[in-house]
Design a protein around this ligand. Sequence first.
Ligand SMILES: [Zn+2]
Length: 151
Amino acid sequence: MILMSQMKFATAIDCIDGRTQLPVIAYLKAKCKVDCVDMVTEAGPVKILANCEDHVLLDSIKRRVEISIRKHRSKCIAVVGHFDCAGNPVSKETQIDQILMSIKIVRSWNFKANVLGLWLTRTGQLSKQKKNRERARCQQRIWSAYTSSRF
Ligand SMILES: [Zn+2]
């Protein structure tokens, strides 16, 4: 294993949904020019962040993001919403609003990192044979809608 100090990290607050993680990792590796993406997962995290009701979960998310920032020196945090989310079964429009609110919440934590929002429209399972082509396609399905001005 390569030493942690030699690697660059980004952080994703992503859904538990297994369809979302590989495309988000691939996207952030390219976008933020990092080697690894620390995954903080919850079922429908943008709902949890935007609603600001479940403080136990919010603290748990924040604590895990903080470890990624402090120990892995992550400079980029993404909050992720996605199509067909079982943990957050609301419309795209509502989820986009939640993503915007989530960005505000995460920024209010005052970590020295850029915060961006991602919406994943649809994901396909990666097959080994078509891995690279599939990965490229998955990346196209993600758009980083609301990035901070530094990106
Ligand atoms: Zn989900």
